[in-house]
Design a protein around this ligand. Structure first.
Ligand SMILES: NC(=O)c1ccc[n+]([C@@H]2O[C@H](COP(=O)([O-])OP(=O)(O)OC[C@H]3O[C@@H](n4cnc5c(N)ncnc54)[C@H](O)[C@@H]3O)[C@@H](O)[C@H]2O)c1
Length: 260
């Protein structure tokens, strides 16, 4: 049986941890070469080594996705090392849960300092825009189409008290994918968002350690929180031939929470 991403080259931001890391491994299991980009250099290198162990080409790039020059260098480097880019997963992101030095520090919008708003928006929205724009230009130049996938959140649809910056950034990511889908279709490029529910990653460790976890599980029809692999499999579907008729969509690996 042929592998679902045989010979494809993927760039994954936020690839050092959680959802990005799981997707790097899942894509490599299905035959893809992977460039792992993250601001955590050593952890990105470790994931790249795991990809190589699976017999694929891999590179690790240190990047702050909110920095335009670093993003351009990341995309040029990935294309050079792997021989082009066919798939991008923009997963680098922060939330109040990991933004506040490990503490959950929800702030209502009327209290939120502009610098904190800018910090979340600059990584979660500007970072996805910069990454996907630079990759889209590369894909157009290559002339062989491509798949753009960005990690949004259930928070793109559901307003959460105390996480206004995060909700707005993730709603922006979804709209970014819809406009990109419209504009890039003529180049054979699709653009989609993934809006996970609560997933077991370092980003949610404070939520998981709190009493909120039990309440969340009770509200989830599937009866558990998500695993990074649940999201990685969604990204695999969108990146593979089976996902070729999706563009401008948001898919929710969420155990049934977001519909409620
Ligand atoms: N875990 C969840 O429940 C959940 C739910 C919905 C959406 N998401 C989204 O999924 C994505 C991945 O999150 P995760 O849960 O795997 O968390 P995570 O903290 O494990 O991974 C996030 C990664 O992004 C990297 N990163 C952060 N800021 C960066 C920057 N400026 N430049 C480069 N890299 C940067 C971090 O170093 C980290 O490796 C995020 O966009 C997050 O908002 C997560």
């Amino acid at each position: 049986m042929s592998l679902r991403l045989d010979g494809k080259n993927a760039l994954i931001t936020g690839g050092a941890s959680g959802i990005g890391r799981a997707t790097a491994i899942r894509f490599a299991q299905e035959g893809a070469n992977v460039c792992v980009a993250d601001r955590q250099a050593a952890a990105a290198e470790t994931v790249a080594a795991e990809v190589r162990k699976l017999g694929r080409k891999a590179c690790a790039v240190t990047v702050d996705v909110s920095n335009p020059a670093q993003v351009q260098a990341m995309v040029d480097g990935a294309a050079r090392e792997l021989g082009g880019i066919d798939i991008v997963l923009a997963a680098a992101g922060v939330s109040a849960a990991n933004y506040g030095e490990g503490q959950i520090q929800p702030k209502f919008l009327n209290e939120l300092p502009f610098e904190e708003w800018r910090k979340v928006l600059s990584i979660n929205l500007d970072g996805v825009f910069l990454t996907c724009q630079a990759v889209a230009r590369k894909m157009i130049e290559q002339g062989r189409g491509g798949r753009i996938i960005a990690i949004s959140s259930g928070a793109a649809k559901i307003p959460l008290k105390g996480s206004g910056d995060y909700c707005v950034s993730k709603a922006g990511v979804w709209m970014l994918m819809k406009v990109m889908a419209l504009e890039l279709g003529r180049y054979g490029i699709t653009a989609n968002a993934i809006g996970p529910g609560v997933i077991d990653t370092p980003m949610t460790k404070d939520i998981q350690a709190s009493r909120q976890l039990e309440r969340m599980i009770r509200r989830t029809p599937v009866g558990r929180i998500g695993r990074p692999e649940d999201v990685a499999n969604t990204a695999l579907f969108l990146a593979s031939e089976e996902g070729s008729y999706f563009s401008g969509s948001i898919l929710h690996p969420d155990g049934g929470v977001i519909m409620q």
